[in-house]
Write a protein that binds this ligand. Structure first.
Ligand code: C5P
Length: 237
């Protein structure tokens, strides 16, 4: 498959059409942004790592019964995926308090939840991705009740599977963001990416942050952290 016209350029990825109307090529960049685009930078080698990691994890999830957009990896930075209409929700699963949860509710980072916490936000940069409850999702017509139920079930199952994979790597999966899409027949599948850009990953022994928070919070060692988690996953999968 060949890249045709550039359909969309996001913060971390470009999306190209192909000759097949049902398939797209996603191309991962080294660009990094945080705080809704306010902070910008480059994480050298990130695109290669995120492409690889996302494909490895999606292939594993697919084998475990979660439908995903993955078709196949084309090269270091490019992956062939099924074309979907993205459901404009950021689906966030949290196992441990951190980030916006800690800030919003005044809870110390690191507090372990009794059970996973699922939240939706409206994928809308102008509005700053506001938090939504299930009724808001329906009121705004972002997804049907049946779709919300399927998304919720997949997201919690993905959490169960990813937690186990990362545990074997000596990494604690703190939280992560998923996006889902609709195939032309309406089927809901997992889309977007799963990477240190979209997950909080803490070293299980030391608690060291091995994800994009190193960039967001100017902790240094960003590239090394991405290489560290990628290396551990390669050993494990
Ligand atoms: O910032 P917050 O605590 O809500 O983030 C929760 C999780 O979702 C983190 O793992 C973060 O990396 C991810 N996230 C994301 N894209 C966003 C917002 C959050 O990948 N726009």
């Amino acid at each position: 498959p060949q890249k045709r016209e550039l359909l969309y350029e996001g913060k971390a990825k470009k999306v190209y059409a192909t000759d097949d109307p049902e398939l797209l090529i996603v191309s991962y960049k080294d660009d990094a942004t945080a705080f809704n685009g306010l902070k910008k930078g480059t994480i050298v080698g990130k695109g290669v790592i995120n492409n690889r990691m996302s494909d490895l994890l999606m292939a594993r999830l697919e084998r475990e019964g979660i439908p995903t957009h993955l078709v196949r990896e084309l090269n270091d930075r490019d992956t062939l995926v099924k074309r979907v209409a993205i459901v404009p929700l950021e689906v966030i699963v949290r196992n441990i308090a951190a980030g916006s949860f800690s800030k919003r509710y005044g809870v110390a980072e690191g507090a372990v939840f009794y059970r996973p916490t699922l939240e939706f936000s409206y994928k809308n940069d102008e509005l700053g991705d506001p938090l939504l409850n299930d009724d808001h999702v329906l009121a705004l017509g972002l997804a049907s009740p049946e779709e919300v139920a399927v998304i919720r079930r997949y997201a919690l199952e993905v959490n169960r599977l990813l937690r186990e994979i990362w545990k074997q790597c000596g990494v604690t999966l703190v939280d992560f963001k998923l996006e889902f899409g609709r195939l032309p027949d309406g089927t809901i599948i997992l889309a977007d990416e799963i990477s240190p850009d979209t997950c909080r990953l803490w070293d299980s022994q030391t608690g060291d942050k091995l994800d994009k928070d190193r960039f967001r919070r100017d902790l240094g060692g960003v590239e090394a952290a991405y290489r560290q988690v990628m290396g551990r996953l390669n050993q494990q999968l």
